[in-house]
Structure formats: structure tokens, C-alpha cells
Design a protein around this ligand. Structure first.
Ligand code: NAD
Length: 485
């Protein structure tokens, strides 16, 4: 470890680190060794209250600034994040166990992309003018107020920024609760925003488990909740928010299909399947974990996939040569081991991996099952680990029906050289974020989010603005007012 990741305080509120040792201790465990590398306290109700009060105060100051002024702060924060990319990436690796090879290019950089993109948009967020004869209506795009962000543990920096950037661009303030498994990185985002000129209290971080999230969601000062997490948590948070008619964005789980037709460029299809199953040790919500491969090329696909998996460099995540790291926690590893055992018991053919590595930390081998059938648990439930299920198919209509036969609808991908087929199939797949001859690209310019049980609303792109602002429409009468009596 290059430096001590212990933060100055557990929470970041009103522009400063704060702590309250009365809160339950949360140990931060480095997944590559199992060592405790830092400790924070869960927020007590008093801490949550302070964070919400600070956010409410800052929001008024922030919303009174011009969009361009707000945008400049976000763009400056993006620059600071890029300048500190290495140090932020090392912290992200300690927090999550993801290899530095990934965190250097996918976490603080992706967060900076969001801050820069929404910073650029902030000055152009306007209402419109609607002429109605001599009368007219104008609309005003207003902030919602205090927003709550709640994060998952797989992309702590990215999730904090994907929520904060559009929220702040629109004139809102935020209280963010990271996952209790990865509490460290969001604190750095808070520090950087202050350094870039954000008013104290604009972006606050409070630590804690689900109960702290629940307290935030239920507070009447909160206008909107954006959650990244599992569908089970999403249902609870959405229901609690609905009770007070709050706005929501729900970025939830998936069991996404990746369809490889017989005319696909095989090497690219294998690359897509690797990216869509083994990046971040498979802990990616949009992963294409049901890989439908046309029967005519199934064995060739499996052979090439197996050869390529032998090239994975599994080891110390801090070594930039490492391309595959540990799972985030012992608990998550055990859940995934349970799914692997279930796949074997259900009669799926284990073609690669399946075992825990004999070394400290929570390492599982990249794992591939073939001959998976639609009813098997490993084909139905989100595993959230490095486990690919390969299913055979023969016919286009058949594969579309099977791909859609899931409660989820986050992502979908198609590999084929036939462009008409690519668009025809994507057109019929029920998913929010789709790929043609690629998998898992998530540029900030494109809307990201799911359909069905995978979520509500969209992050990134201009679409996110609709989820962090509301329109006031103002009718202006130029003549006299007629009344019936
Ligand atoms: P999780 O649902 O267990 O927890 C998510 C967050 O919600 C955590 O911060 C947790 O403390 C909080 N929480 C739990 N109960 C709560 C409650 N009752 N009220 C308020 N907050 C509560 O998810 P996880 O295990 O951290 O992450 C994995 C899941 O997240 C997977 O299902 C994955 O697919 C999903 N995910 C989705 C996306 C996406 O953008 N769609 C991205 C990453 C992860």
C-alpha cells in the first residue's frame, strides 16, 4: 500500500470532514488481502440531519448562481480529478479491489467526464417560450432542491459523479451515501468539489448501511432519490419515495443477453463476451451474462474463449499488469461460489474456472458454463461475479423471445455482420442500453439505464437533465381578463 487510506473523518458535511464515534464502526477491507485498511462510523441521525440541513442551505446559494458559474465549478472539479487520477485510482483499487489497470481508465476518469459534460451543459439549461396569439407562456427549468444519491460498491467514484454532476448542474444540492462496502472514494469527490469552488454543503457524504439510506429517503427535506443498487433495494427505496411523491432514478440490476450469430466476427464476439463478463471481476450491472451463441459456432466460440481466458493476469491489483482482481468482499465471493455450485448441480457444463484461488483475498477464477438452459438458476438470477453462462440457439425469433424472457432489461448486445439483422434484433430486445458488435461502452454522452425491473429514469446525456429539474410554466396574459360574472 502506497499510503494510508484512513480518511480524516467518516463523513464530509458542510465543506469539512466530521465524525461521530457514536455511529456503528464500518471496517474497510482491502479485497486483495482481506486486511482492514480503514475504519469509518455509520452516520447517527444527528449527522444525517446536519448533512441535510447543510445541503438545504447550500442549495439556495447555488441555485441563485448562473448556470455558467455553476458549470465552471464542475469543469474545474473535472480538471482536478484528472490531475489526481493516479492517487484517486489507487484509492479506488484499495476500496474495491479492482485492478489499477482498470481504475486508472474507468473510475475517476469517468467521473471527470460526467463533471465536464454536465459542467458544459449547465449554462445552456433553459426553458422555452410558447407564443399563443398575443398571450404567451414561458417555462422555467428549476432545480428540484436537495437530492439524495445512494451508491453500490462496484464503481464508487463513478456513481458519486454520475449522480452529482447532473444534479449540481441543474442547481440542486446532494447528500450522497456510498455503499458501506466502499466508503472511501466519494469523500474525495466531496473534497475536490469544495476545492473547485462549490459552496460548503453542496455535496455532502454520509456513511452507513441501509438504515441510513432509509433515513435519507424518508426525510421531508429531500426532493429526489437516485439509487444504484439491486432490484430488491430499488423496490424498497422506490416505495418509500413514492409515499412522499419524490422523484426517483433507479439504476438496478440485470441479467442481460449478448447474442452471437453464426456470421459474427468470432474474435470480436469473444472480446465482447470477455468485456461483458469479466471486467471488474464481473461486478458490473450491465454485464451480458447470458451469452446466446448460435449452435453452428458454439464450440469454436468456447475454444477461442478458453484460450483467451488463459491470458488473464490474475494477481495484485496494484500491479498495472494485473487484468483480473478479487471480488469486493468475502460475502460477495461466497454468494458467487453458491451460484457456481448451483450451476454444477443443475447440470451445466463447467468449461473454465469455477474455483477460489489459493491466496489471501477474495479471488475467484473467471468461470464459464456451457450448455446452460433457460430454466437454470444461473441463467435467471443476477450473479454479480465472474460467471458467464453460454446458451445455444438456432433461430432469430427463438433467441429474441428467450433473451426477453427475464424480469430485467438493463442491456443487450448483438454480434453479427448482417447490419439489417443487427438493428432488427436490437429493435426487439427489451433493454435500455444496447450494443451492436460491442459490449459495455458507457460514454457520458449516451443515456444509460434500464427497463422493466432494471430501473426507472436515465443517467448521463441530456436525458439526465429531465430527471434533476422540473419545469414551471407561466401563462402571461397581455389583454383584459374575461370572467363569467
Ligand atoms: P444493494 O442494493 O445491496 O445496495 C445499494 C445501496 O443501497 C447501498 O448503499 C445500501 O447501503 C443501500 N441500501 C440498502 N437498503 C436500503 C434501504 N432500505 N434504503 C435506502 N438505501 C438502502 O446493492 P449492492 O450490493 O451495493 O450493489 C450491487 C447491485 O447494484 C447489483 O444488483 C447491481 O446490478 C446493481 N448495480 C446497478 C448499476 C446500474 O447502474 N444499473 C450499477 C452498479 C450496480
Amino acid at each position: 500500500m502506497g499510503y494510508d487510506p484512513q480518511p480524516e473523518g467518516s463523513h464530509y458535511i458542510d465543506g469539512a470532514y466530521v465524525d461521530d464515534s457514536a455511529g456503528e464502526v464500518i471496517e474497510v477491507i482491502y479485497p486483495a488481502t482481506g486486511e482492514v485498511i480503514a475504519k469509518v462510523h455509520a452516520a447517527t441521525p444527528a449527522v444525517v440531519d446536519r448533512a441535510l440541513a447543510a445541503a438545504a442551505r447550500a442549495q439556495v446559494i447555488w441555485a441563485a448562481m448562473t448556470g455558467r458559474e455553476r458549470g465552471r465549478v464542475l469543469v474545474d472539479a473535472a480538471r482536478l480529478m484528472r490531475e489526481r487520477n493516479r492517487e484517486l485510482s489507487e484509492l479506488e483499487t484499495l476500496d474495491t479491489g479492482k485492478p489499477l489497470q482498470e481504475t486508472l481508465v474507468a473510475d475517476a476518469t469517468s467521473g471527470a467526464d460526467a463533471l465536464e459534460y454536465f459542467g458544459g451543459l449547465a449554462g445552456s439549461l433553459t426553458g422555452e417560450h410558447i407564443q399563443l396569439g398575443e398571450d404567451w407562456v414561458y417555462t422555467v427549468r428549476e432545480a428540484l432542491g436537495v437530492c439524495v444519491g445512494i451508491g453500490a460498491w462496484n464503481y464508487p467514484t463513478q456513481i458519486a459523479c454520475w449522480k452529482a454532476a447532473p444534479a449540481l448542474a441543474c442547481g440542486n444540492a446532494m447528500v450522497f451515501k456510498p455503499s458501506e462496502t466502499t466508503p472511501l472514494s466519494a469523500l474525495k469527490v466531496a473534497e475536490i468539489l469544495i476545492e473547485a469552488g462549490a459552496p460548503a454543503g453542496l455535496f455532502n457524504v454520509v456513511q452507513g448501511m441501509g438504515a441510513v439510506g432509509g433515513q435519507l429517503v424518508g426525510d421531508p427535506r429531500v426532493a429526489k432519490v437516485s439509487l444504484t443498487g439491486s432490484a430488491a433495494t430499488g423496490r424498497k427505496v422506490y416505495a418509500a419515495a413514492a409515499g412522499e411523491m419524490k422523484h426517483v432514478t433507479m439504476e438496478l440490476g440485470g441479467k442481460s443477453p449478448l447474442v452471437v450469430f453464426e456470421d459474427a466476427e468470432l474474435e470480436n464476439a469473444v472480446s465482447g463476451a470477455i468485456n461483458g463478463n469479466f471486467y471488474s471481476s464481473g461486478q458490473v450491472c450491465s454485464n451480458g451474462t447470458r451469452v446466446f451463441v448460435h449452435r453452428a459456432i458454439k464450440e469454436a466460440f468456447l475454444e477461442r474463449l478458453t484460450e483467451r481466458l488463459k491470458g488473464a493476469v490474475i494477481g495484485d491489483p496494484m500491479d498495472e499488469a494485473t487484468s483480473f482482481g478479487p471480488m469486493v468482499s468475502a460475502r460477495q465471493m461466497e454468494i458467487v461460489q453458491g451460484f457456481i455450485a448451483q450451476g454444477e448441480a443443475e447440470g451445466a457444463r463447467l468449461v473454465y474456472g469455477g474455483k477460489r484461488l489459493e491466496r489471501p483475498g477474495f479471488y475467484l477464477e473467471p468461470t464459464v458454463f456451457a450448455d446452460v438452459t433457460d430454466g437454470m438458476v444461473i441463467a435467471r438470477e443476477e450473479i454479480f461475479g465472474p460467471v458467464m453462462a453460454v446458451l445455444d440457439f438456432e433461430d432469430e425469433d427463438e433467441v429474441i423471445a428467450r433473451a426477453n424472457d427475464t424480469v430485467y432489461g438493463l442491456s443487450a448486445g448483438v454480434f453479427t455482420r448482417d447490419i439489417s439483422r443487427a438493428h432488427r434484433v436490437i429493435g426487439r430486445l427489451q433493454a435500455g442500453s444496447c450494443f451492436v458488435n460491442s459490449y459495455n461502452d458507457a460514454p457520458v454522452e449516451a443515456p444509460f439505464g434500464g427497463v422493466k425491473a432494471s430501473g426507472v429514469g436515465r443517467e448521463n446525456s441530456k436525458a439526465a437533465i429531465e430527471h434533476y429539474s422540473q419545469l414551471k410554466s407561466v401563462y402571461v396574459r397581455m389583454g383584459d381578463v374575461e370572467a363569467p360574472f
